[in-house]
Design a protein around this ligand. Structure first.
Ligand SMILES: Cc1cc2nc3c(=O)[nH]c(=O)nc-3n(C[C@H](O)[C@H](O)[C@H](O)COP(=O)(O)OP(=O)(O)OC[C@H]3O[C@@H](n4cnc5c(N)ncnc54)[C@H](O)[C@@H]3O)c2cc1C
Ligand code: FES
Length: 289
């Protein structure tokens, strides 16, 4: 089933009992093969994996949970958003963070890796809406996937703003940017708009309005995006990257505090998210890092 057949945001987006973002229902275990592992910059790399038979069609926002090779040292899997997926390949962009992502950077073409996925919820379709997507760093992944794979009927219009620290991390020459609508910013002013991607978004909506924003990136950026959405009266869908263990909704190590009819309640980022309607999140309780 395509993710597009799920609920769209022109329909009610938040019922009294919860959220209406499309969710993956049948995640599975797969052994996949490394097809490509290529440096994009000093910190980022592209990891392309073989698409296993029977993989549920992943929506933009869903993620895979990977075993780091050398499982004796790495008991916990690592979660990564799907940046692209076609008949043969699942692509991820990964930033080297700690030991796990450093070891994965050295994986060889042909090496096998254990994957569970796709997991979690996707950004919704938005017929007739003017979408402004704001990605920071590896937060580009689900938004790029949305931008590349969605069809014009999935939204009214779509603009993608991608921001990074500097030009080196913008992957200008590494990805296909030929589709209309992508723009760039760099914190140090080395390429595109000079400043944060949320400051860039403010300038963009002064030039041309939007109805809804999609955001993904580090938490301080997401909080700035939420302030931006609130001040400008925009709907906001956000993808969170909380620390995870099982990614199956069992251990509850990834919970966030959300609003509910009768007060507040914890929801899991791995199963209820990672994409949330920003109105349900208790933003003050979101971790800084
Ligand atoms: C839904 C989701 C999507 C993500 N998508 C991407 C992506 O597309 N590209 C990318 O580079 N990174 C992504 N991340 C973050 C990525 O999972 C962490 O950077 C990675 O797990 C760090 O592993 P490490 O061993 O290198 O770091 P360490 O810091 O050594 O990891 C130690 C432990 O903390 C966990 N951890 C550390 N940082 C994070 C984090 N930010 N989020 C979740 N768990 C963390 C690890 O899983 C591990 O269990 C995503 C996280 C989530 C939850
Ligand atoms: S990671 Fe275990 S419940 Fe989310």
């Amino acid at each position: 089933m395509s993710w597009r057949k799920h609920e769209a945001i022109s329909k009610p987006i938040m019922h009294s009992h919860g959220l209406e973002v499309p969710n993956t229902s049948r995640p599975r275990h797969h052994t996949v093969t490394v097809i490509e592992n290529r440096a994009l910059s000093r910190r980022y790399y592209l990891l392309a994996l073989s698409r296993p038979k029977g993989l549920q069609e992943p929506g933009p926002g869903t993620f895979v949970h990977l075993v780091v090779p050398d499982q004796r040292r790495f008991f916990l899997r690592r979660p990564f958003s799907i940046m692209d997926c076609d008949d043969k390949t699942i692509s991820l962009i990964i930033v080297e963070k700690g030991e796990g992502t450093s070891i994965m950077r050295a994986m060889q073409v042909g090496q096998k890796i254990d994957l569970i996925g796709p997991l979690g919820s996707a950004f919704p379709t938005a017929p007739d809406k003017r979408v402004l997507a704001i990605g920071g760093g590896v937060g580009l992944a689900p938004l790029y996937y949305y931008w590349m794979r969605s069809k014009p009927g999935d939204y009214g219009s779509f603009r993608l703003l991608y921001g990074a620290r500097s030009k080196e991390d913008l992957f200008i020459d590494n990805f296909d940017w030929s589709k209309q609508g992508a723009k760039f910013s760099s914190d140090d002013g080395s390429y595109g708009f000079s400043g944060t991607v949320v400051e860039f978004a403010q300038r963009e909506i002064e030039r041309s309005p939007a109805d809804v924003i999609f955001s993904c990136g580090p938490n301080p950026m997401l909080k700035a995006a939420q302030d931006f959405a609130r001040v400008n009266g925009l709907q906001h869908y956000v993808s969170l990257e909380n620390r995870m263990a099982c990614a199956l909704g069992a251990c509850r190590s990834c919970v966030v505090l959300t609003r509910a009819n009768d007060g507040v309640r914890y929801r899991t980022v791995c199963r209820d998210g990672p994409v949330f309607d920003a109105r349900v999140l208790v933003w003050e309780k979101l971790p800084q890092a």
